[in-house]
Design a binder for this molecule. Structure first.
Ligand code: PLP
Length: 247
């Protein structure tokens, strides 16, 4: 983990995390104020991917309660290591169906539901694990393309996947998620992308009023996400530092 931090940045890890968190908290406060939204409408989810469980533990000591991971092989041991902490675990990465059983053991929310096979696999896993309902968000692809292997479903397929989740035993439809697209007509315009997600979220809530989560915004674009109505921002780098290129 090569951490490139500005000069004068604290060398003690707890202080680094405290400093990163306070910068992000101030950005969220300011974005809420600018949008005329109460701060309580926005939840910070700290993305701890590539960083060790010891960082998750320090973050918990600083009051963080919501953490996210994107790879099961990293997340499963970390969640086990931190099982004594009062944390809510969000899974935000592309998920293979053969990892569903593992993810269902520790995750409270999966943000990356993008196909019906995954819904079936997670349902079976949750029922087998005898855990309370797993929160699911439909990941929306806003790149306007159709490249194989891309994350998310097209906007016009969100409704059917949302209905399927809502009708599937063991699962709960929590809302929608996106990552600002790097290609397509909305590339470079996170405000427009998050505005589109907000419209999709509104349409989903018309059929599923409890599906109130709108997961959008990362270190570089959390302000635009909050302006557009995001309820959950997923922030890694701005709290923990730059990840190594392979992370
Ligand atoms: C890594 C990741 C984030 C956090 O990104 P940062 O730019 O480090 O804040 C958010 N969402 C998803 C899906 C991610 O994979």
């Amino acid at each position: 983990m090569t951490n490139q931090q500005p000069p004068g940045f604290p060398t003690d890890r707890l202080e680094q995390l405290r400093s990163g968190l306070s910068v992000v908290e101030r950005r969220i406060d300011a974005a809420c104020a600018a949008a005329g939204r109460p701060r309580s409408e926005v939840t910070l989810v700290v993305v701890t991917k590539t960083y060790p469980a010891s960082d998750t533990r320090l973050l918990a000591s600083l009051g963080v309660r919501e953490v996210a991971e994107n790879r099961d092989q990293d997340a499963a041991p970390k969640a086990a290591d931190c099982a004594d902490l009062p944390l809510v675990w969000h899974f935000v990465g592309q998920l293979q169906t053969n990892k569903a059983r593992s993810v269902a053991r520790y995750a409270h929310h999966v943000h990356s539901i993008d196909r019906s096979r995954l819904v079936t696999a997670l349902s079976e896993a949750v029922l087998r694990a005898e855990r309370p309902g797993l929160g699911c968000l439909v990941q929306v692809a806003l790149d306007g393309g159709s490249a194989a292997g891309r994350a998310g479903v097209d906007p016009d397929r969100v409704g059917e996947l949302a209905d399927l989740i809502a009708d599937t035993p063991g699962l709960r439809l929590d809302g929608v998620m996106t990552v600002a697209p790097l290609t397509g007509p909305l590339a470079g315009d996170p405000a427009a992308a998050f505005g589109r997600l907000a419209e999709i979220a509104t349409a989903v809530r018309a059929s599923h009023p409890a599906a109130t989560m709108v997961s959008a915004g990362m270190s570089g674009d959390l302000e635009q996400a909050i302006a557009a109505g995001a309820t959950h921002v997923r922030v890694g780098t701005a709290v923990l530092g730059a990840r190594s290129p392979l992370g």
